[in-house]
Design a protein around this ligand. Structure first.
Ligand code: PLP
Length: 386
């Protein structure tokens, strides 16, 4: 019998994450730990800001670059929190980070250009690069290095065709937060080889214990493109609100592309997002504390399993669990977990071949549900445990 997840992995031309999402939507009585959507309510003041904006008439088109008030809130936020000095010519409103990444690639890439991506990686990047007839070049990060990219491996992957390095910290799916030394090494390589850096920092507030989020724009502002999003920061994924921030020559090329396709975030979403950015500390704190507790609980409990290993989660909303001790591969394991315990997780190879042997567990369910999930994990037994 072909199992539910194994079947999805037999059609590699499809977007596996999207397929798992569609499968999950059809399942009932399943503890769904596959979702990268913060389950917590969008903070009420943000919802109120959206309602107030709509009542005040923010129900029409904005300029393609975005509503000036929203753009100013982004500039102020980056200045106050990260010390950077961007101007209006450096920013473009987008429909989430997905749109920002697409615009960045669209503005930067010529056919046959190469983009270095650290693996395991957020799976849409590959298609986003390939649709511009450019090539993703994967550099594997190892659990033994806490999934920090290694300078020598990055340097070895750079060719005359390399245009950019994509840097996703805090990382989905590994939960790594790249340290200052790693990011400095990446910035140095970018300067040495005249490359752009695409900084996907959509999980920036979700950094735990003594880890620290280091904004890449501080290390190489002249070549960093931040693909910003408020989706995860304020648990407001459905607002579809983000931005692109960086060197003016790229942002203006991205702006021209955007005028062509006329995608602009809804005006009320820009108002709500701008309000959020002006009040970031108090709005984010409760969300961060909740995810911190959930991930600490999952890490502690799952590490007790003889067949599983985790590295402590430094950031993001995810725990990347090494299940190779079960004697099963990650797809086989995930199907077994689904059948035996009714728990849905994402097999690691959805994030590239080096994800084999891991599963991604999203802490996007409340603590009571996570407790049930832990009991489910503990109920598993394996014939050929390593
Ligand atoms: N980047 C990463 C690493 C993500 O995990 C996600 C969503 O899961 C996105 C970008 C997309 O974010 P947005 O909702 O802003 O398009």
């Amino acid at each position: 019998m072909v199992k539910a997840l194994a079947k999805l992995f037999q059609a590699p031309e499809k977007n596996i994450m999207a397929e798992i999402g569609k499968t999950a939507a059809l399942m009932t009585d399943v503890i769904d730990l596959s979702i990268g959507d913060p389950d917590l309510a969008t903070p009420a003041p943000i919802v109120n800001a959206a309602a107030t904006a709509m009542l005040a008439g923010k129900t029409h088109y904005t300029a393609s670059a975005g509503d000036p008030e929203y753009l100013q809130a982004i500039l102020d936020f980056h200045h106050q929190n990260f010390g950077s000095h961007y101007q209006m010519e450096n920013v473009q409103a987008t429909v989430g980070a997905s749109h920002a990444t697409d615009l960045a690639f669209g503005a930067l890439l010529d056919p046959d250009d190469e983009v270095i991506i650290f693996e395991p990686y957020f799976s849409p990047y590959k298609v986003q690069v390939e649709q511009y007839h450019a090539k993703p070049v994967f550099v594997t990060c190892q659990a033994a290095d806490n999934f920090q990219p290694q300078k020598a491996a990055i340097a070895a992957a750079i060719t005359a065709k390399t245009k950019a390095i994509l840097v996703n910290s805090p990382n989905n799916p590994t939960g790594a937060v790249y340290d200052q030394e790693t990011l400095q090494a990446i910035a140095d390589l970018a300067k040495q080889h005249d490359l752009y850096l695409i900084a996907d920092e959509v999980y920036w507030p979700y950094v735990y214990n003594d880890h620290e989020f280091v904004p890449l724009e501080n290390l190489a502002p002249e070549r960093t493109l931040v693909t910003g999003s408020l989706s995860k920061v304020f648990a407001m994924t459905g607002f579809r609100i983000g931005y692109l921030l960086g060197p003016k020559e790229v942002v203006s090329a991205a702006g021209l592309l955007n005028e062509g396709v006329t995608y602009t975030a809804p005006s009320m979403a820009q108002s709500a997002g701008g309000f959020g950015l002006q009040n970031v500390t108090e709005l984010v704190e409760p969300l961060k504390n909740e995810f911190s507790q959930r991930l600490a609980y999952l890490g502690e409990e799952l590490n007790q399993l003889s067949w599983a290993k985790t590295i402590p989660v430094a950031g993001s909303l995810y725990l990347f669990l090494d299940i190779s001790g079960s004697g099963m591969d990650d797809v086989e394991f995930s199907d077994y977990l689904l059948e035996q315990a009714g728990i849905l997780v994402i097999p690691g190879q959805a994030f590239g071949t080096s994800g084999k042997g891991f599963v991604r567990i999203a802490a996007t369910q409340e603590m009571a549900v996570l407790k049930q999930a832990v009991a489910g994990f503990k109920s598993l037994s394996f014939a050929s445990q390593k």
